[in-house]
Design a protein around this ligand. Structure first.
Ligand code: CP
Ligand code: NVA
Length: 310
């Protein structure tokens, strides 16, 4: 039973709720036709302040496959982008649609949409978190290893939205999590997110390790993950970031240090030759396209639980 009205952060969800979402995602993937009328007649508004390929297409396709429809709303085109308050936007959209998905810069924009609207709100990525992506990743990992408990995931690179959601997600499902970032505190994960994730890891008896030691940190990992060094909105820092992250890319040597059965994941879009070598991301250990596909199934499960009428 999912008690949450919204899907804004993995931190808001219990371990049992995450498992329930993953189980539904697996069922939807296996039997998509059983769900083709689940959200019949319902509409999802999708607000985008940032670019997207996977999130936009998988939500729109997913909504259609559940019997509903989705509307793409670029913040450049709607009045929000011209200064209309979030409170009015949320209240008005709630009169037209049954759910809102939003990809924003400030995390507070999605929490405000939830606060001022009366329909479920789904976080499609903020500067702080990307919870939908982690649900797809957990689904991919569980499909591959048959379990989540007892595995070790290691993330290398920027202590960004992806690092935050991985720490949180691992703590919910009984996985050890190592986050490897450069020594410069500018690239560390957010302190409040670390504190929240630490509590979950303590409850599960799993390890959350933060380090700048690439080879030591990655040893014994079942899953090696990275993300772009230049997230959306950070384009002006490109030169500085390229220098800061040198030595933090996923190479064949890093994958070998992880262990022979390790898999590689990346939320995409990827920049080959920077955060990951082409040999790795296009090689046999990479499950990036299964991972991207699972965005569809995982999000259908989220929409189903939040929007279905009982
Ligand atoms: N991984 C991800 O969210 O991809 P998009 O930016 O293409 O939506
Ligand atoms: N960290 C990246 C993820 C893209 C899906 C960004 O925020 O741009």
């Amino acid at each position: 039973m999912i008690k949450n009205r919204h899907f804004l952060s993995l931190n808001d969800y219990s371990a049992a709720e995450i498992k329930e979402l993953l189980d539904t995602a697996a069922e939807i993937k296996k039997h998509p036709k059983r769900f083709r009328k689940a959200l019949k007649g319902q509409v999802l508004a999708m607000i985008f302040e940032k670019s997207s390929t996977r999130t936009r297409v998988s939500f729109e396709a997913g909504m259609y496959q559940l019997g509903g429809a989705a509307q793409f709303l670029s913040s450049r085109d709607i009045q929000l982008g011209r200064g209309e308050p979030i409170s009015d936007t949320a209240a008005v959209l709630s009169r037209y649609v049954q759910g809102i998905m939003a990809r924003t810069f400030a995390h507070q924009t999605v929490t405000d949409l939830a606060k001022f609207g009366t329909v479920p709100v789904i976080n499609g990525l903020t500067d702080l978190e990307h919870p939908c992506q982690i649900m797809a990743d957990l689904q991919t990992i569980r499909e591959h290893f048959g379990t989540l408990k007892g595995l070790k995931m290691t993330y290398l690179g920027d202590g960004n939205n992806m690092a935050h959601s991985y720490m949180q997600g691992a703590g919910k499902v009984g996985m050890d999590c190592t986050i490897i970032t450069p020594k410069d505190p500018k690239y560390y994960p957010n302190a409040d997110i670390i504190t929240g994730a630490e509590a979950d890891h303590a409850a599960q008896g799993t390890k959350l390790v933060l380090t700048d030691d690439v080879m030591g940190g990655v040893a014994g990992s079942h899953i090696v993950i990275t993300d772009t060094w230049i997230s959306m909105g950070m384009e002006e820092e490109k030169a500085e970031r390229m220098a800061a992250f040198k030595g933090f890319g996923v190479t064949n040597e890093v994958m070998e240090a992880a262990g022979k059965d390790a898999i590689f994941l990346h939320c995409l879009p990827a920049y080959r030759g920077y955060e990951v070598d082409a040999d790795v991301i296009d090689g046999p250990k990479s499950l990036i396209y299964d991972e991207a596909e699972n965005r569809l199934h995982a999000q259908k499960a989220i929409m189903y639980h939040l929007m279905k009428k009982d």
